[in-house]
Design a protein around this ligand. Structure first.
Ligand code: C2E
Ligand code: CA
Ligand code: CA
Ligand code: CA
Length: 274
């Protein structure tokens, strides 16, 4: 047992070392990626369930000079590790607000915030600066935070969220249902919107409990005065069920993949056609 254990260990060590090295390489490349203009935002539409575009979610992409397109799941954790996330989040906010200022009002833009970002002191300043610099009305900006943030149940974060909402923007809880959020969190937290994780939507038609659970989440959210958005809507059948359940907004590949900012006007036109 000991010998095989040691063998396994050696393979494990090598794989670990390789992964660590890849990550280190990514980290080195990420420093300066912002200055080199390698980071770009893509936009995915969020639609009213009844029809019509409500806004767009900004999603980050990294055009790596050698590796090609790198997705956020791969480099956001690295950015957090090397302390580059604050600069990236600030750039995302500023760029998203600038892009949205060019869209017809009242279309909104939703921006993802890293959990670490809410621990920082200057978020309200960064937001206020982005709005002032771009002229975007606060009511057209939405911030998406994850359950990890809510779970910290931190008085300071609650105060921060209240302050942000006081400025006139909306706060959405992202990926609802993937973590451990409970009714208690939803009631206590100053939120405007619940984004229901795409896992629930994808289970529709595959698991007999998916529909009743979704229905309960939507009803509960509405009881608490929260707007609901269903993520990851890929089929017309899913859309039909979600509409019947009374969900307020929908987002997913059925309507559009995330697309470059330059394609937003054409996308708006295409989505306006019945
Ligand atoms: P998220 O906020 O949950 O974003 C939704 C993800 O689902 C996006 O992946 C989007 O491309 C994908 N998606 C949308 N519709 C569908 C669909 O119908 N089916 C399927 N299978 N997937 C769909 P993406 O762009 O790879 O982003 C992954 C995550 O990275 C995001 O999850 C978000 O947590 C994070 N992220 C993205 N942009 C930023 C950013 O600017 N800042 C921060 N801090 N995090 C970001
Ligand atoms: Ca999101
Ligand atoms: Ca999400
Ligand atoms: Ca996610």
């Amino acid at each position: 047992a000991k010998d095989s254990g040691r063998g396994t260990c050696r393979v494990f060590d090598r794989e670990m070392a390789e992964r660590l090295q890849a990550r280190r390489g990514l980290a080195a490349d990420l420093r300066g990626a912002l200055q080199r203009g390698e980071l770009v935002l893509c936009y995915q539409p969020i639609l009213h369930a009844a029809g019509g575009v409500a806004g767009f979610e900004a999603l980050l992409r990294w055009h790596h000079p050698h590796r090609g397109l790198v997705m956020p799941a791969e480099f956001i954790p690295v950015a957090e590790e090397i302390g580059a996330i604050a600069a990236i989040d600030a750039w995302v906010l500023r760029t998203a607000c600038a892009d949205a200022a060019g869209w017809p009002s009242p279309l909104r833009v939703a921006v993802n915030l890293s959990p670490a970002r809410l621990e920082g002191r200057d978020l309200t300043c960064t937001v206020a600066e982005a709005l002032a610099a771009t002229g975007l009305a606060a009511s057209r900006l939405e911030l998406e935070i994850t359950e990890a943030v809510v779970l910290r149940d931190n008085q300071r974060i609650m105060a921060l969220l209240r302050e942000l909402r006081g400025m006139g923007l909306r706060v959405a809880l992202d990926d609802f249902g993937t973590g451990y959020s409970s009714l208690a969190y939803l009631r206590r937290f100053p939120l405007d919107k619940l984004k229901i994780d795409r896992g629930f939507v994808q289970d529709l038609g595959h698991s007999p409990t998916a529909a009743p659970i979704l229905r309960a989440i939507i009803e509960l959210a509405h009881t608490l005065g929260l707007v609901t958005t269903a993520e990851g809507v890929e089929t017309a059948a899913q859309l039909g069920l979600l509409r019947e359940m009374g969900v307020a907004e929908v987002q997913g590949y059925l309507f559009s993949q995330p697309c470059p900012a330059a394609e937003v006007p054409a996308l708006l036109e295409a989505l306006a056609r019945p």
